[in-house]
Write a protein that binds this ligand. Structure first.
Ligand SMILES: [Zn+2]
Length: 279
């Protein structure tokens, strides 16, 4: 995909002045100007496990079609029901989530995607509508490629199909485990499981999420989340700062979690050996 700098397209009416599709009413759909970097460097590619393992032939085929965007928390990668036009690879500490609207107004995260994976073009195959919304949970840089281009490359490369199939299996395993976790485990355990999942994928102990967002994401009341966060803070495993929860004691947090985070980690490490972060 070639991004032209000479014809930037319409300017969104929001006050940020970005050049992209208009913001959602809440102003969430914002891109910085860095989206015009094209293509990503090799140093960018190694910040995502699936891109880091590309063989040279695949890298040469795909990299010229890629661009890099810096995305803010809440940026919508695609809405439920959208055709999956783009595939996004989080770099470094960037984090995305699949988020499902539930009858009654809640929207619950059902899976996290960090530097070990990608959003779009993995399970949906691109030509089918997305079942869930995908959004940015932790801000940062994302590599973008047109899903049709990725799908064509997968037809031509056994290595690409191999790694993306393995990632699909891991993503499904994560969804299975989180579904079971949400049905059976306490708010404290689920909160710990989410924080551990984010920490493992980003490598950053500071998780950009408010208590309101966490309550919505877990599908529970704000007062329950506030109590759990207060207890975790008092036990020294986390600190809460403005808009962030910071993991201070990972081992202590694991003791407050159910076994779900570890079960997900174990499967990812077995199936995506060398891609899934070891930490
Ligand atoms: Zn659990």
């Amino acid at each position: 995909m070639q991004v032209s700098n000479s014809s930037p397209g319409p300017i969104c009416p929001c006050t940020s002045g970005h050049l992209d599709e208009p913001c959602d009413p809440g102003g969430r759909r914002r891109l910085t100007e860095e989206r015009h970097i094209n293509p990503p460097s090799k140093a960018d590619l190694v910040q995502n496990g699936l891109l880091a393992v590309l063989v040279e032939e695949d890298r040469a085929r795909l990299a010229p079609q890629m661009t890099v965007a810096v995305l803010e928390v809440g940026h919508i990668l695609h809405h439920a029901g959208d055709d999956v036009v783009d595939t996004w690879f989080p770099l470094g500490a960037a984090l995305a989530a699949f988020n499902l609207d539930i009858e009654g107004g809640d929207a619950i995260d059902v899976a996290l995607v960090g530097r070990e994976g990608a959003v779009g073009g993995i399970v949906s195959n691109g030509s089918l509508p997305a079942y869930s919304t995908a959004l940015v949970r932790s801000p940062g840089r994302f590599v973008r490629i047109k899903t049709t281009m990725l799908e064509q490359a997968k037809l031509e490369s056994l290595a690409l199909r191999h790694w993306f199939s393995r990632y699909s299996d891991c993503l499904l395993a994560q969804v299975f485990q989180i579904a079971a976790c949400n049905a059976t485990h306490t708010i404290r355990q689920r909160t710990a499981r989410f924080l551990l999942g984010a920490l493992t994928r980003t490598g950053d102990p500071a998780v950009a999420i408010t208590q309101d967002q966490l309550a919505e994401m877990l599908g529970v009341g704000r007062t329950f989340v506030s109590r759990v966060i207060g207890e975790m803070r008092n036990s020294g495993v986390i600190e809460s700062r403005r808009g962030r929860l910071v993991v201070k004691d990972e081992a202590g947090l694991r003791r407050q979690s159910c076994a779900c985070a570890a079960a997900i980690d174990e499967h990812f490490k077995r199936v995506l050996s060398g891609i899934y972060p070891a930490g």
